[in-house]
Design a protein around this ligand. Structure first.
Ligand code: GDP
Length: 545
């Protein structure tokens, strides 16, 4: 039975690398029934890290969208990579999800990448929960991590579970809503939970944290404030209501602690996903522009797309399945139906929606479905001429949803097949990879004939090189590119530091701010100088990246 939109949660789990995002996701998928065997990151057997590259590296590179069920909700988890080289991937995922769980390590606290993803979540207005993980490790400090969330991230963590002990002494958690101690049974991988009275030596601490919780909640709600001041009991329902409103308004982050490795503390986070994170009905409508405006209409006019309008969805990832490409689509309005044709307004082509799948994490298990309503996320097989960021929509109602802006690539290198007979194969493979990963670019230099690949960082290019080997059976040598970027300046413009350019082969005009170096290829002499637009030579220049 399809999930009602109100019960859908499209969430991401974001973190600095190594904070425990993959392990936490794994536990969530286990408890939420999607996977029957629990994977272990260290053994390279987790469910979301199905790419052998990822298993090998122990980091999650390509996001996968998986579906699981917890109590009354269907949770679509869009897995997000944690490494800095893949921030564009994180950004792409944040664009289509409605809420996030931010995982911190209680030992390392707030780290560089936690700041980046927090900022990005702010930018995309994503409500979030916090999970302070690794409470079992020596040096774990819940309070210090909370302090860093406040100081460095300017967050407002409202604590709902506190640890009983830390490091080797970490035993369980106290649930401040129930005011009970929770001990998770390792034998059943945390499925069985013993709920007891709060131990004697923790009662005072727990009471203090409960008062802090009530302080935070009453500040946000007059009714609770009155009840609290008059010494009446504040009910769990009242707290839920205020926390939900505060989370959706991004005024606070319900915060939990535990150790996902030790199977401790994850289920309360799942309850909070259901209780506090938004359903697709709680988020504002997506915006888009009409690609074929009528005469007199503004071609850039932004229109809000209501969920009841004809079908429109955004492709946020393309993954190579064994047999075909699978496009991951977030449906924003109408219904996506299998067997239908949808328009890609960028190309003007109609694309066949042959099959629609929900991806269950276990073994990439898939469940086929006929239709996905607005708010849902699904894998689609059929579309041919699509790239990540494309809109698919009803043929009679063309719209381009706000596309995803990908940052410029920052590093380039030259690649060459081991055997020159493989040149065509390399070209095809690079085309395929750039379709799947819009932060990756490949082109042949007109000047040197070298094939240049560009990406978001060294690790990014390294991973792509390994994928060439694994997925396409192509061994390549890599070099420093002889010319990283070169173009012909055609017509300097007046404004400070900008000029128009034509890039070889594409008649595309753009303004760029650059420093130029006159370049003499034959003699290998490069002279660097800062030139103002008026000085720009009309010959070839080399652009310093
Ligand atoms: P990710 O990079 O954020 O996805 O982190 P992983 O889930 O891959 O975890 C990184 C490492 O930390 C792995 O060796 C995990 O076994 C370990 N780890 C994850 N969660 C915990 C935890 O709660 N306690 C301890 N001690 N180790 C953990």
């Amino acid at each position: 039975m399809p999930a009602s939109t109100e019960s859908i949660r499209n969430i991401g789990i974001v973190a600095h690398i190594d904070a425990g995002k993959t392990t936490t996701t794994e536990r969530i998928l286990y408890y939420a029934g999607a996977s029957h065997k629990m994977g272990q990151v260290d053994e390279g057997t987790t469910q979301t890290d199905f790419d052998p590259e990822e298993a090998k590296r122990g980091i999650t590179i390509y996001s996968a969208a998986v579906t699981c069920h917890w109590k009354d909700c269907t949770i679509n988890i869009i897995d997000t990579p944690g490494h800095v080289d893949f921030t564009a991937e994180v950004q792409r995922s944040l664009r289509v999800l409605d809420g996030a769980v931010v995982v911190f390590s209680a030992v390392e606290g707030v780290e560089a990448q936690s700041e980046t993803v927090w900022r990005q979540a702010d930018e995309f207005r994503v409500p979030r929960l916090c999970f302070v993980n690794k409470m079992d490790r020596i040096g774990a400090d819940f309070d210090r991590t909370l302090g860093q969330v406040r100081d460095r991230l300017k967050g407002n963590p409202v604590v709902l579970t506190i640890p009983i002990g830390a490091g080797h002494e970490f035993k369980g958690i106290i649930d401040l809503l129930q005011m009970k101690a929770l001990y998770f049974d390792r034998e059943t991988m945390g499925r069985e939970i013993e709920v007891t009275d709060i131990p004697e030596d923790m009662r005072e601490t727990a009471a203090r944290w409960r008062s802090k919780l009530l302080d935070s909640v009453s500040m946000l709600d007059d009714e609770v404030m009155t009840a609290y001041l008059e010494g009446e009991e504040v009910t769990a329902e009242q707290i839920h209501r205020v926390l939900r409103a505060g989370t959706l308004a991004r005024e606070l982050q319900p915060t939990f602690c535990g150790s996902s490795l030790d199977y401790c503390g994850v289920q309360p986070v799942l309850d909070a996903v259901n209780n506090y994170l938004p359903s697709p009905l709680d988020v504002p409508p997506v915006e888009g522009i009409n690609p074929s405006p009528k005469k007199g209409e503004d071609e850039h006019a932004i229109r809000k797309v209501d969920k009841n309008e004809p079908f429109a969805g955004l492709i946020f990832k393309i993954a190579a399945d064994k047999h075909a490409d699978m496009c991951f689509v977030r449906v924003y309005s109408g219904v996506l139906k299998s067997g239908s044709r949808a328009l890609n307004p960028r190309t003007g082509k109609k694309e066949l929606i042959s099959q629609i799948w929900h991806i269950q994490a276990g073994h990439r298990e898939k469940i086929e479905t006929d239709a996905v309503d607005a708010g849902g996320i699904a894998g689609v097989i059929g579309p041919k001429q699509v790239v990540t960021g494309d809109t698919l929509c009803d043929q009679k109602h063309p719209i381009i949803l706000e596309s995803i802006n990908f940052p410029e690539t920052v590093i380039s290198m030259a690649v060459e097949p081991d055997s020159s007979a493989d040149r065509k194969k390399l070209e095809d493979a690079l085309l395929q990879l750039s379709k799947q990963d819009p932060t990756f670019k490949a082109k042949v230099s007109d000047e040197t004939g070298q094939t240049i690949i560009s990406g978001m960082g060294e690790l990014h290019l390294e991973v792509l090189r390994e994928r060439l080997q694994r997925d396409f059976n192509l061994n390549v040598k890599v070099h420093k590119p002889r010319v990283s970027y070169r173009e012909t300046v055609q017509k300097p413009v007046e404004s400070d530091g900008e000029f128009s350019r034509t890039t070889a082969g594409e008649s595309q005009f753009a303004s760029v701010r650059i420093r130029v170096e006159p370049f003499e290829a034959e003699r290998g002499v490069e002279v660097t100088s800062e030139l103002t637009p008026g000085d720009l030579p009309k010959e070839q220049i080399r652009i310093v990246l």
